[in-house]
Design a protein around this ligand. Structure first.
Ligand code: UDX
Length: 478
């Protein structure tokens, strides 16, 4: 009894409890934030569902305390193939079971623990926020997407008022003057979703949770989205909600001197184990020659699109590393994906296919010259951090706006729009990796420049490190 495994000095300042939405793209940034807060001397408890639970063997950093909320996701909800429906089901189950409330109440009661200062939760976990409010526990919201998306998601009333929405065939290419460089086709238009009520409800949840929170935390940095952050603050700060830009979170805890205070990073945050042979294969490739291809953890492509991607990569003549995860092809279940006949023979020695790559290491590898991505926010930040130019093929939600920013705001990549067709893929891949192409060379230069800015924001006096200091002060003042 009484043995304290916390690093010396940690927790004396207070405890925070963190609750991620149980999807890879949301779990990673929350665990990374956990590592950064712990490195600042806070004791950290992470609540998690049994659905997509972190693996104790790989994710449990000794400084972080993990608590399972047993039935937060019922079987029927976990089995649904609609991610948005899962979010709503999760909220309904949390509200009905009272388990989150019980878990929070028990943390508040723990007399020998440092004082529980607040709950940091994913912006969509409104039911958990209500449970905390019922116990008098303040909440902070982590937005796992960029500031541009945060702003966009709060602009739907304006977009309807000004007639941009609902979108029509004829206004799809129209620029949105109020939100440059976005176009109507980049909007996550809830009315275009198969079930538009669900899309609108998720946006409403995120807005409600933010409005009822004591602060917004964003996985972005000042130099990347200065105007977007300014607009967000113009709206939130008068309501008493500060907005902290602490990204990119995947490098926050590891790249500052703050980790010398006894904290450390959250370490491994990937739910799947990665294929290490990718790195050995990259070691055999020429510098800047390889296209890394991955569409994150949730999006799906049709069987036809898979064929076009495969033959486009084959036809490009460039070396590539392609992540074809189980479940990537829509309607084909979680089976290993069968590649087109003759494809492997056609790309032998030049292409490598894997089920799950150690992505951050891949992007850091000198052989990688470009990243074909679905423009998920984590992938985008990881690529920005390494200065790797992108070929963006966004599929849904925040990815659409991010893809537009990659091409037209930061100009560190190109957007692949329209129907996916092998000839177009071939051309786009060749152009992105081409030494002699002037446009591609400029993109590479700008990506390098942004890489420097990213690293500066993470230095000990950089904007993101300062934002975490202020965030911790804010937490302790609650
Ligand atoms: C989801 C949404 O789709 C995305 O738009 C949103 O911004 C966050 O939530 P996901 O689609 O999985 O996320 O994409 P992304 O945000 O890019 O996250 C994927 C993560 O998986 C990255 O951190 C990436 O490094 C990791 N990954 C991906 C691997 O470790 N190995 C792989 O092979 C592929």
């Amino acid at each position: 009894e009484g043995a304290d495994h916390r690093p010396r000095g940690v927790g004396g300042r207070g405890r925070v409890v963190l609750f991620p939405l149980p999807f890879q793209g949301h779990i990673s940034p929350m665990l990374q934030l956990a590592g950064a807060l712990h490195a600042r001397g806070l004791a950290v408890t992470v609540l998690h569902t049994s659905f997509n639970a972190p693996d104790p063997g790989r994710h449990h950093h000794p400084g972080l305390n993990f608590v399972a909320v047993p039935d937060a996701v019922p079987e029927s909800v976990a089995a649904s193939s609609n991610g948005l429906a899962k979010i709503l089901g999760l909220n309904a189950a949390m509200a009905a079971s009272g388990r989150v409330r019980d878990a929070l109440a028990s943390l508040l009661r723990a007399a020998d623990e440092p004082r529980l200062a607040c709950l940091v939760l994913d912006s969509t976990l409104t039911a958990a926020q209500k449970a905390a409010a019922g116990l008098g526990l303040p909440t902070l919201v982590l937005h796992t997407g960029g500031a541009a998306c945060f702003r966009l998601f709060r602009s739907y009333a304006m977009l309807h008022d000004k007639g941009y929405l609902p979108a029509t065939e004829s206004n799809l290419r129209a620029p949105i003057e109020e939100l440059p460089p976005l176009r109507v086709s980049d909007l996550f238009d809830p009315s275009k979703l198969p079930n538009k009520e669900i899309g609108q409800k998720i946006l409403d949840l995120a807005t409600e949770t933010t409005t009822n929170s004591s602060a917004a935390i964003l996985n972005t940095f000042e130099a990347l989205e200065p105007h977007e952050l300014e607009t967000i603050r113009d709206e939130l700060v008068p309501r008493g909600i500060p907005a902290f830009a602490v990204g990119p979170l995947h490098k926050l805890a590891t790249s500052s001197s703050s980790s010398s205070t006894g904290g450390a990073s959250a370490g491994e945050t990937s739910l799947l184990s990665a294929d290490r042979s990718c790195i050995e294969w990259l070691d055999t490739q020429a510098p800047g020659s390889v296209l890394y291809v991955s569409f994150g953890s949730v999006v799906k492509v049709t069987r036809d699109e898979l064929e076009e991607i495969a033959w486009g990569l084959a036809g490009s003549g460039r070396p590539f590393l392609w992540v074809v995860r189980r479940g990537l092809v829509a309607g084909a279940g979680e089976e290993l994906v069968e590649l087109p006949e003759g494809f492997e023979a056609a790309v032998e020695g030049r292409g490598k296919v894997t089920e799950w790559a150690p992505q951050q290491e891949v992007l850091a590898h000198p052989a990688v010259g470009g990243f074909w991505t679905h423009s998920g926010w984590n992938s985008t930040l990881e690529s920005v951090y390494e200065g790797v130019p992108m070929l963006s093929r966004p599929i849904f939600g925040d990815q659409l706006a991010t893809g537009r920013y990659v091409q037209d705001a930061w100009r560190i990549g190109v957007l692949l729009e329209g129907v996916l067709e092998r000839g177009e893929v071939e051309k786009a891949v060749r152009k992105l990796l081409m030494e002699e192409d002037e446009g591609a060379a400029e993109i590479r230069e700008r990506a390098k420049g942004l890489k420097e800015k990213t690293r500066m924001s993470l230095e000990s006096n950089g904007s993101s490190q300062q934002a975490v200091d202020k965030l911790v002060d804010h937490i302790l003042s609650l």
